[in-house]
Design a protein around this ligand. Sequence first.
Ligand code: SAH
Length: 352
Amino acid sequence: MCKVIGELVEKLYKYNSLSKEELIYLIKGINDDNKELLIEAANRTRIEHYGNKVYMRGLIEFTNYCKRNCKYCGIRVANKNLDRYRLTKEEIIQCVKNGKTLGYSTYVLQGGEDSYFDDEKMVEIIKAIKSMYPQDAVTLSIGERSYESYKKMYEAGADRYLLRHETASRKLYERLHPDGDYDNRVRCLWNLKEIGYQVGAGFMVGLPGQTTEDLVEDLLFIKKLEPHMCGIGPFIPHKDTPYRLEKHGRLDDVIIMLAITRLLLPNVLLPATTALGSISDKGREKGIKAGANVVMPNLSPINVRDKYSLYNNKICTGDEAAECRRCIENRINNIGFDIDLGRGDNLNWTRG
Ligand code: SAH
């Protein structure tokens, strides 16, 4: 078994591709004795492409209003236990300025699907940031919108868009998103790519009812889509959702998915997510060692941090942006990596 696993890892390292059957065999055959083979190959691939740099992005969680009802998510519209907030344009700009002072040059504006932030308001915010810092990158993560809306925001200067596909298994997707449309989510990702954004897809690991075969669908999906970024983190239950009693995704399972993703897409930007750091104290460090090369410390104002409650036990909700910045830098240095505060564009990408 171990020999076969070793051969599969070598093949994946060399060709950046495996068949569906091989991926299933690999994932089912990974254990404590052979997982280092995979992690080491993923790390080698990252070093060859990106060196030992870990890119920092400042995350601004600007609204927790959401019209969607994703069963796993704490900010779903049906959660009446949540204190809802929206940052004003001025508050968002203040977060960006604060980020700039701390050295960041990329800002991620994330929120629920909040109709208040229509195209006009988003364009205004994007233009305001880009006029202050034209060289810096603005990333949006505000869910599904029309082609025209994505285009307007791109033309206003937005550089990147994060829209996790959540799960590539249609059956599981439909179970998790009673009001969702799998085909539309996938279409949005292709639209974003066509418009010219650097696109981030991604998925959760350990979702209720998720199988190895479902995870292999995720891997095959990202291989086909070739996103510039891919956010992978554990599912974590939230107390005010239908999945409150479910178990969170396992650390090792996330690490394995990160490593395989790095090997399938050597140039991908791969975050060691906050959710990964929330299930294990050294989760993000383990993710970085397995091929992750991005972290997204929080720049949101302290008084809203715990209201952006996607899942329970989220880390860093009480820390100032400056503390988060220092803490993560220390963690990265302690495992022999260096931070990079540049834009950190995907190696394959040039703005058209
Ligand atoms: N409205 C945006 C942003 C969603 S929140 C969008 O639709 O893309 C950002 C990400 O948090 C989601 O894409 C999801 O993958 C993750 N998330 C939400 N609830 C979670 C949970 N309970 N556990 C782990 N990750 C979760």
